[in-house]
Design a protein around this ligand. Structure first.
Ligand code: FES
Ligand SMILES: [Fe+2]
Length: 343
C-alpha cells in the first residue's frame, strides 16, 4: 500500500530535458519531460491508443508525440492530434500529474484529487544560490521503502558502514534525543557530538582540523522527505543567544524517499552548504563522496532485502539508538491506517 496524497521527489531538475524520462512511482509509470518553453510535465507513461510508453515518444515544442503511431498530447495530457483523421476520440487523453520544480528537485503529487500545496516541503536552501551551493543525485535501491526509512533514521550506521568518509566512532556512541511532533507530523532526532574528530567529508571541505563540535539534527517528514541539519564548528563555540552562528559551517543534507514499487525505492539526495559557495571543485568532491556514501547504503539495503526474500527470518532487537526509527515507523503506520480508513 502507498500513501498517495503526498508529494514525492520525482526527478532531479537536471535530469529533465526534452527527451522524456521514464520513472515508476508508487507503482505507476510516469513520463517526465521539459517542454520547449521549459515547463516540467509529468504524464502517465502509457499511450491511450495501444499503450506504448510515452517516454519513448518525442517532444516537439509543447506537445509529446507517441513513438508508435503518433498520437499527440499537450502538457495537460489532452490528446490534440491523431493520425489520419480530424476527430479525436473522447477517451484519448492520458493522466497528467501535478509537478513543482523547486531548486534542484522536481516534486510530484501522486494523489487523485487537487494537490495539497500546504504539504509541499519548503527547501529554500536549494534555490538560494548566492548563499548556498548545492549538489544532487539519485540512486534506485532494490529494497522496500521502509528499509530506507530505517537506514536514514539511525545514523549510528555511519560509524560502521561509512567508515572513512562520514563515520567516526562517536556517531554510534553519542546518545540521541528524539522528539515526535504529531501535530506537524515530524520525527526529530538530535545528536550533538562535542569535541570529536572531524571526518574527512568535512575536514577536506571546511578546513577544520582535529577536534570539532559536530551536530546532526534530523527532521523526517513522513513519508517522503528527510532533512538533516549538519553543523560543524570549532570546539565549545555554540550558536549565540540571538541564534547567529557565523563561526560554524552548515550543511543541509536532503533525502527524497520515493517508493517505486513494493520492493524498490528511489533515494534522491541533495547537499547544500553555506561555505565555499560557488566552488566547483568542492562541488565535485562532495558529489563524489556523497555518491559513494549512498552506494554503501544501496549495497547494504540490497543485501538486507535479498536475505528477507529468502528463508532467512529477521528477528529484530532494538536498542536506544533505534528510538528515531521506531518513532518514524509508528507515525507511518498511523498514516497508513488513516489512508486505509479514508479509502
Ligand atoms: S500506441 Fe501510441 S499512437 Fe499507437
Ligand atoms: Fe547511510
Amino acid at each position: 500500500m502507498y500513501l498517495r496524497d503526498e508529494w514525492y521527489v520525482a526527478a532531479l531538475s537536471l535530469e529533465l530535458e526534452r527527451r522524456p524520462l521514464s520513472r515508476q512511482i508508487l507503482g505507476e509509470h510516469v513520463a517526465l519531460f521539459r517542454s520547449e518553453s521549459g515547463q516540467v510535465v509529468a504524464l502517465a507513461d502509457q499511450c491511450a491508443h495501444r499503450g506504448y510508453p510515452l517516454s519513448l515518444g518525442t517532444v516537439v515544442g509543447e506537445v509529446l508525440v507517441c513513438g508508435y503511431h503518433g498520437f499527440t498530447y499537450d502538457c495537460s495530457g489532452t490528446c490534440v492530434a491523431v493520425p489520419g483523421q480530424d476527430r479525436i476520440p473522447s477517451k484519448a487523453d492520458v493522466r497528467s500529474y501535478h509537478v513543482v520544480e523547486q531548486g534542484l528537485w522536481v516534486w510530484i503529487w501522486m494523489g487523485r484529487g487537487e494537490p495539497d500545496l500546504s504539504k509541499l516541503p519548503e527547501t529554500p536552501w536549494l534555490t538560494q544560490n548566492d548563499k548556498w551551493s548545492s549538489v544532487s543525485g539519485v540512486a534506485k535501491i532494490e529494497a522496500p521503502f521502509h528499509l530506507l526509512v530505517d537506514n536514514l533514521l539511525d545514523l549510528s550506521h555511519e560509524t560502521y558502514l561509512h567508515n572513512g568518509s562520514i563515520g567516526t566512532p562517536e556517531v554510534a556512541t553519542t546518545p540521541i534525543e528524539v522528539e515526535v511532533d504529531e501535530e506537524n507530523r515530524v520525527v526529530r532526532v538530535f545528536r550533538h557530538m562535542n569535541e570529536v574528530e572531524c571526518p574527512p567529508f568535512y575536514s577536506r571541505t571546511t578546513g577544520l582540523e582535529g577536534k570539532v563540535d559536530r551536530w546532526q539534527d534530523i527532521d523526517y517528514f513522513p513519508p517522503g522527505y528527510y532533512l538533516l541539519h549538519a553543523r560543524l564548528a570549532p570546539v565549545s563555540q555554540p550558536p549565540l543567544p540571538d541564534g547567529s552562528d557565523d563561526h560554524a559551517f552548515h550543511m543541509k543534507i536532503f533525502y527524497g524517499l520515493t517508493p517505486s514499487t513494493d520492493t524498490s525505492v528511489y533515494d534522491f539526495w541533495a547537499l547544500s552548504r553555506d561555505f565555499c559557495v560557488g566552488d566547483d571543485e568542492i562541488d565535485r568532491f562532495l558529489e563524489k563522496m556523497q555518491a559513494g556514501v549512498v552506494q554503501e547504503d544501496v549495497d547494504a539495503l540490497t543485501i538486507l532485502q535479498r536475505r528477507a526474500e529468502g528463508t532467512f527470518e529477521v528477528n529484530e532487537v532494538s536498542i536506544k539508538i533505534d528510538r528515531g526509527g521506531l518513532a518514524a515507523r509508528r507515525m507511518l503506520m498511523a498514516m497508513y491506517d488513516e489512508a486505509a480508513a479514508q479509502a
